[in-house]
Write a protein that binds this ligand. Structure first.
Ligand SMILES: C[S@@+](CC[C@H](N)C(=O)[O-])C[C@H]1O[C@@H](n2cnc3c(N)ncnc32)[C@H](O)[C@@H]1O
Length: 269
């Protein structure tokens, strides 16, 4: 399970690399800034941050020892002379000192939902309040989410049906929809807010992308199998099967896209 989780993070990080690098560039990480990445996963975002500015001090925190070991090895390989700190920790109980960070980066970590379904938080407010506590005055808190996708070109009904069966938004409190992140900030007193979306266009795919896309789709939709009709599921599995004549991702004209949105609040103390 853990091993598969690492593989799924490797894949999703490859898919979203362009968008996340652009978002990190826009943060304008300055020299000597103290940066926290939580949950840091397998450490790719920290590596992009250090590519952007090697003169920052980064701390990566995650719950998984396995992910942290991967993150440490990756960053030693790509940034051998840079000292970044990796710590095991729980986003709900960070225990970090007050007023210590200039940037807090939290990507794909704050989806509110049932903890038994793997969500890190049931609601985001306590974690956000703790981010404010550990942030310096003027710091930026950046919360990133995978916000939209159109991946199944030619099959919008299949895609819409699968999307409808996704677990994150079903029956949830409307206030906890990730698109309401600015309202979460406002609820805890943060009023200086920016919203920026970053699109990844899928067109003229190289061999790697053609190979990764079916797995990426299954990361998103595998759990929808028993929530859609057999007919929809069969059509879906057929069009993402590289051996099928109906495989969509190797067609010349294939296009798709997905977006990441970064919600940024500036802390005023
Ligand atoms: C979807 S991944 C996102 C990782 C990284 N931010 C990225 O975008 O690649 C979620 C991460 O949260 C970690 N995690 C799960 N529960 C946690 C908790 N309570 N506190 C901190 N990290 C946690 C998992 O180990 C995993 O690495």
């Amino acid at each position: 399970m853990e091993h598969n989780y690492v593989e799924s993070l490797v894949l999703s990080n490859k898919m979203n690399e362009k968008a996340i690098r652009k978002a990190i560039k826009d943060l304008e990480l300055f020299d000597a800034a103290n940066v926290l990445d939580v949950p840091c996963g397998i450490g790719n975002h920290i590596s992009y941050m250090l590519d952007e500015n090697p003169n920052i001090n980064v701390t990566g925190i995650d719950f998984s020892k396995n992910h942290l070991a991967y993150a440490q090895e990756l960053n030693q390989k790509h940034h051998p002379n840079i000292n970044c700190t990796f710590q095991e920790g729980d986003i709900n109980n960070l225990g970090l000192p007050d007023n210590s960070f200039d940037f807090i980066w939290c990507c794909d970590g704050l989806y509110p939902g049932d903890k038994e379904m793997g969500m890190l938080v049931e609601e985001p407010y306590d974690v956000l309040r703790d981010f404010v506590r550990i942030a310096k005055s003027g710091a930026k808190i950046a919360i990133g989410f995978f916000t939209s996708k159109r991946l199944l070109a030619g099959y919008p009904i299949v895609e819409a049906t699968l999307a409808d069966a996704e677990i994150f938004t079903k029956n949830a409190n409307p206030e906890l929809d990730i698109l309401c992140t600015p309202a979460w900030f406002k609820k805890i007193g943060l009023t200086k807010i920016e919203v920026k979306s970053y699109a990844v266009d899928l067109y003229n795919l190289d061999k790697n992308m053609i190979e990764w896309l079916p797995t990426f789709c299954n990361l998103i939709w595998a759990q929808s199998q028993n929530k859609v009709s057999e007919e929809v599921w069969q059509q879906y599995t057929d069009i993402i099967d590289p051996k099928s004549a109906n495989f969509i991702f190797d067609k010349d004209s294939y296009t798709g896209l997905f977006t990441y949105t970064i919600y940024i609040a500036t802390v005023e103390k």
